[in-house]
Design a protein around this ligand. Structure first.
Ligand code: GUN
Ligand code: ZN
Length: 522
């Protein structure tokens, strides 16, 4: 065979095409903690991430995907292959999902897994749904998983994980359309060890996207701390370069938490389901149209009328209005999140959002338990200053990194130690500079030797000038530790005390070097 023909044969082979797709499909461009922005390439266009996929019901299209793309900036939609199979059968297979939806942009399909969770079993086999998705050819298809849900039954949970992995192994062999990328959902629900096994095994298979399964009941019940355990366990055990979808997450109040955990895709049926129920989404939570006097929103819908006028409209008009507002506010939050990641101030955005509901704050606090893992993905410098916004800021990756790297620090050999606890104010200690080692006290970082203070973010931070307990505690602990390790190296320790801010805490932290201590009240 001539060599070009051999090459063509190779190009046409399924294996080569699949490999070619896998190589540069997802490119991460910016990071902030585990949060990231990126580009996901499909044969129907490139999607910027993080992104929201509005759910399109194939038998009841409320706002068309084309209008969504023009008016709301939607880049990817999700629909349901199981519903398409049931309602359109062979016609769906002939037309393909893009023609069926009248949309030539990127489309993802779910498999009917969620229907299993809601309605028990479905009458279609896993093989059938793979074959059907290969035929309707979405850009991303999903295998038929068995959702664990939020059930505390361990035996059942084990079974859902086992069967989902088995089906996944079968699916990667069965798939035949090289243009279709596949999503492997992670199951295990409330059982972290099972989620870990599920993520590890799915991560070994040839999937281009993963999804965190079974989060819906947790989100509906505002069980954000458990949602964090589920999602973080999946994230920590999946290949870090694959995009992750958080199934069923599309409320603007929790998108930041989802992105913080390294999720890239979200989907929302809520925009229309809430609208049908008179519910109005905001980044702080959900409000009822009946209870509104003012619209707390700047979207084109809300500036055009008042809640009172809307209540007088026909039910369809109310639903249409609320669905559009809900989409505007959700995409607005996606844009704010992307911008915050680019600017390196996503952590501040996350802390702000998680203060809008106590359960979200529980979610944030649980998330911070994973701070050592998060730090590994965080860039060492960012374009923005570090803003301290409360005790949770003391657990940010920048602080974790500073403290772990400080373990490797050795002070210069100088006889005098000057401790300067002033926050951003210019202050020169009254000691011989040739003989003096100056350390600053910077909450929530701790002891910051003068020679390190140009390392990010120690030169670029803003803290409250009135200190809270966390700030005082982190610094006094760090100072006591410093003096325990290095106090003996100095002949004299001078504390420039600032009692108004720090009370007696700094003097107490110097207990170990009391004999050498000189306290100056500037
Ligand atoms: N939608 C919401 N949760 C799930 C899930 O666990 N699996 C699938 N396939 N879809 C979902
Ligand atoms: Zn609005």
């Amino acid at each position: 065979m001539p060599s070009e023909r051999r090459l063509l044969g190779l190009l046409n082979s399924k294996l080569f095409c699949l490999a070619a797709f896998v190589i540069a499909m997802f490119e991460i461009s910016n990071r902030d903690g585990l949060a990231r922005t990126g580009e996901f390439h499909t044969s129907h266009g490139t999607i910027k991430t993080p992104t929201l996929m509005p759910v399109i019901n194939p038998v009841d299209i409320f706002i068309t995907p084309t209008e969504m793309s023009k008016v709301f900036g939607t880049e990817l939609v999700i629909t349901n292959a199981y519903l398409i199979l049931r309602h359109f059968g062979d016609e769906g297979a002939r037309e393909g999902v893009h023609n069926l939806l009248g949309f030539q942009g990127p489309v993802m399909t779910d498999s009917g897994g969620f229907q299993i969770l809601r309605y028990g079993d479905i009458e279609i086999s896993p093989e059938q749904i793979i074959d059907y998705q290969d035929k309707i050819a979405p850009d991303i298809a999903t295998i038929l998983d068995i959702p664990t849900g939020a059930s505390p039954n361990r035996e059942k949970a084990e079974e859902t994980v086992r069967v989902t992995i088995e089906r996944a192994r079968q699916a990667v062999k069965l798939r035949s359309n090289p243009k279709v990328m596949w999503c492997g959902p992670i199951q295990g629900g409330l059982f972290k060890d099972l989620v870990e096994i599920s993520a590890r095994e799915m991560g070994k298979l040839d999937f281009q996207v993963h999804a965190v399964g079974s989060p819906v009941e947790l989100m509906e019940g505002y069980r954000y701390a458990e949602l964090v355990d589920l999602t973080m366990t999946a994230r920590m055990n999946l290949p870090p370069d694959r995009p992750v979808h958080l199934f069923g997450a599309g409320h603007p109040m929790m998108l930041a938490l989802g992105v913080a955990m390294g999720c890239d895709f979200f989907d929302s049926a809520a925009y229309v389901l809430y609208a049908r129920d008179g519910r109005y989404m905001t980044v702080q939570g959900t409000l009822k149209l009946d209870e509104l006097t003012y619209f707390p929103c700047e979207c084109p819908m809300c500036v055009s009328t008042s809640p009172e006028a809307l209540r007088k409209m026909r039910p369809f008009e109310q639903t249409d209005f609320l669905a559009r507002h809900n989409l505007h506010v959700t995409f607005g939050e996606i844009r704010r999140i992307r911008q915050a990641i680019l600017e390196g101030r996503f952590c501040e955005h996350l802390e702000m959002r998680c203060r809008s509901h106590p359960r979200l704050l529980d979610g944030l606090r649980r998330f911070l338990k994973y701070k050592d893992f998060i730090e590994r993905f965080d860039p060492v410098t960012k374009p923005s200053a570090f803003f301290y916004l409360g005790p949770e800021s003391a657990e940010r990756p920048e602080v974790v990194r500073f403290n772990s790297r400080f373990e490797r620090y050795h002070p210069p050999k100088l006889p005098i130690l000057a401790i300067v606890p002033f926050l951003g104010e210019n202050f020169a200690p009254s000691q011989d500079p040739e003989k003096t080692h100056v350390v600053k006290l910077v909450p929530p970082f701790g002891v910051v030797p003068e020679e390190l203070d140009e390392v990010y973010p120690l030169w670029q931070f803003e803290v409250t000038k009135e200190l809270d307990e966390t700030q005082v505690e982190t610094v006094t602990k760090s100072l006591a530790e410093y003096l325990k390790n290095y106090g003996k190296n100095y002949k004299k320790v001078v504390l420039y005390n600032d009692e108004r801010r720090w009370g007696k805490s700094l003097v107490e932290a110097c207990a170990r070097v009391k004999k050498k201590l000189e306290i100056v009240q500037p």
